[in-house]
Design a protein around this ligand. Structure first.
Ligand SMILES: Cc1cc2nc3c(=O)[nH]c(=O)nc-3n(C[C@H](O)[C@H](O)[C@H](O)COP(=O)(O)OP(=O)(O)OC[C@H]3O[C@@H](n4cnc5c(N)ncnc54)[C@H](O)[C@@H]3O)c2cc1C
Length: 568
């Protein structure tokens, strides 16, 4: 059983670098390229990968040791070192199919953010790529009836709200005049610009776009039913069929079919501004749409079965939003079950458990999204779809059928466009034979409400519930020059640290532009930055981004923008 001493490889100009983490222990089985230890110099943090697979026999370093090129790290029992990792084995077995016996190297089903990104990446890698979409316009939910149109309307709403707020600064414009047709046209123009851009980019890349509903005939053949029926033989397929709005059933019955009852797609059509609207479901999508309607003049009620709105975000963030937005709502009904909806001429009569019946002009049903795994005849290809409609994948986005991948909403939570895009790239690269894996440490979440709420990585509430030791630093925007100048100092920036290493493991921000600010923290978590790295990074003044650096300084006890910490 040969044992290999694993030594620090060439790490550049560094002569004496501190070991800040030992990531394995004796007895652990490690894969080739798996990180063994983390080193930190004054310039960079680096993880040292294992040169081969095997079992750790003994460790030669501890946290705090100084090492250089050639210093022993550990002894690896190389007997198993020859055994390839599961993924490597897969890569060896599955040669990227590129043969002329198929009509294309890759077919991507669904042209949402996941699907078009996968198709474009595949084409850029030289694969003959076909993109099939059931609608004539590319872009999927995100561009057509999701992220983009909702943000176009939220932008308009925020400008109206900001203009109203100027009355406190001595500037009044009077009440806005609403031209709904023009507002709809603006939103449609935004969508058209982006979806048109996608069609042009598909052409530039020589991606063949086919319009029609695709269903599998086998693991190498699809039927595409559009204007006519076609079959397509493919070497690899990427399923990117996304998700759809969940339907609400009360007592096993569907809600009445009535134009006044809409889901997010119906709400985005902006056919009218109702006087009184009920949002069923207190998640992000419902509250974003509620913000738009409320600013345009609708009074809101929200009903939610759980005990809070926007679950997933820390409660202290949501509390800030709730305080600012209380004026939009007549009733916030938590832990409340909707029991009946009747469509009457005078309005939609809604009954709740233990709450009085109410009449509404409109109802927005926003009770989550259902993955569309059952839309594509996956069983005929042998692809396993779970009871909810999700398709399980490995870290290369490969399903249980080796030449078929799944990405985006259909491949699991969180259902977010930026996750879909990254997964799409991994699947395309894997289909091209590359050893790409989806190994993101964190995926940021954002509620584009006003104020915005954004978070990434470990949340404080989650860590407390799990009993994980964390350190938290919270910088209030009431101490941020820029937030005060913007007359929007209600927010705060919170960083969550590992108490031992002082590395940032999560962050959460509530305030205007929080969705943009969180990116820095996603990068910090990915790069393993610690409080000193963040605090000593010079942030421009005056910006709300400074609050990130200051929160890190607070954690280290060196922040001069807050009152001094009392010595115990
Ligand atoms: C109102 C709203 C707001 C949102 N806002 C945000 C946001 O701000 N940020 C964010 O990250 N996410 C947001 N989301 C979620 C985001 O839209 C999704 O996560 C994202 O679109 C998922 O991308 P996808 O590629 O997996 O699938 P989708 O975008 O759902 O695209 C799937 C495509 O597949 C097509 N398709 C399905 N079945 C077939 C078939 N059999 N044959 C051919 N084509 C088929 C569909 O027509 C669709 O075009 C929002 C969603 C909604 C509804």
């Amino acid at each position: 059983m040969p044992s290999n001493e694993v030594k620090v490889p060439d790490i550049g100009d560094f002569k004496s670098v501190e070991v800040i983490e030992v990531l394995v222990k004796p007895g652990d089985t490690v894969a080739k390229e798996q990180s063994l230890i983390t080193l930190e110099s004054d310039k960079a943090t680096m993880e040292i990968p294992s040169p081969g697979a095997g079992t750790v026999q003994s460790i030669k370093v501890k946290v705090g040791d100084k090492v250089a090129q050639g210093s022993p790290i550990l002894v690896l029992d190389a007997a198993t070192a020859e055994a390839p990792r599961k993924e490597e084995k897969l890569n060896q077995e599955i040669q990227p199919a590129k043969s002329g016996e198929y009509d294309c190297d890759v077919v991507v089903i669904g042209a949402g953010p996941g699907g078009y990104s996968a198709a474009f990446r595949a084409a850029d890698l030289g694969l003959r790529t076909v993109l099939v979409e059931r609608y004539p316009v590319l872009g999927g939910v995100c561009l057509n009836v999701g992220c983009i149109p909702s943000k176009a309307l939220l932008h308009t709403a925020s400008v109206i709200d900001a203009a109203r707020g100027l009355a406190d600064h001595g500037i009044s414009f009077g009440e806005p005049k609403l031209d709904l047709a023009k507002l709809r046209a603006f939103k449609d123009k935004v969508v058209g610009k982006l979806t048109g851009g996608l069609a042009a980019m598909a052409k530039m890349r020589k991606v063949t776009v086919m319009t029609g509903v695709a269903t599998f005939n086998s693991s190498h053949e699809l039927v595409i039913e559009g204007k006519d029926k076609k079959t397509l033989r493919f070497a690899n397929a990427i399923i990117a069929v996304g998700s759809q709005a969940a339907k609400l059933r009360l007592d096993g019955n569907e809600l009445p079919s009535d134009p006044r009852i809409v889901d997010s797609t119906g709400a985005l059509e902006l056919k009218a501004v109702p006087k009184k609207m009920l949002i069923i479901g207190g998640g992000i999508i419902g509250l974003e749409m509620g913000t738009v309607y409320s600013t345009l003049g609708t009074r809101l009620d929200v009903v939610e079965m759980m005990d809070g709105l926007m679950l997933g975000a820390d409660r202290d963030l949501v509390a800030v939003w709730q305080k600012m937005n209380a004026k939009r709502f007549d009733n916030v009904m938590l832990k409340t079950k909707t029991t009946k909806v009747e469509a009457a001429k005078e309005g939609l009569r809604v009954s709740f458990e233990e709450k009085p019946t109410q009449i509404y002009d409109a109802i927005l049903v926003s009770v989550g999204r259902v993955p569309s795994g059952r839309n594509v005849g996956a069983d005929k290809a042998g692809v396993a779809v779970d009871a909810k409609g999700f398709i399980s994948v490995d870290s290369q986005m490969r399903t249980n059928v080796p030449n078929i991948y799944a990405i985006g909403d259909v491949a699991g939570n969180p259902m977010l466009a930026h996750k879909a895009v990254h997964e799409g790239h991994v699947a395309a690269e894997a289909a091209a034979g590359q050893k790409s894996h989806f190994d993101a440490r964190v995926i940021p979440s954002v509620a584009y409400t006003d104020p915005e709420i954004a978070w990434v990585g470990v949340t404080e509430d989650e860590a407390k519930k799990a009993g994980t030791a964390i350190g938290v630093a919270k910088f209030p925007w009431s101490a941020s020059g820029r937030a005060i100048a913007n007359a929007r100092d209600e927010g705060f920036t919170k960083l969550v640290f590992d108490t031992e290493t002082h590395r940032v493991v999560g962050a959460a921000i509530v305030g205007t532009g929080a969705g943009d600010l969180i990116s820095e923290m996603a990068l910090a978590v990915e790069m393993g930055a610690d409080a000193t790295d963040i605090g000593k990074t010079i942030h421009p003044h005056p910006t709300t981004s400074e609050s990130v650096g200051m929160a890190a300084e607070l954690f280290e006890g060196v922040c001069t923008d807050m009152p001094p910490v009392r010595k115990k």
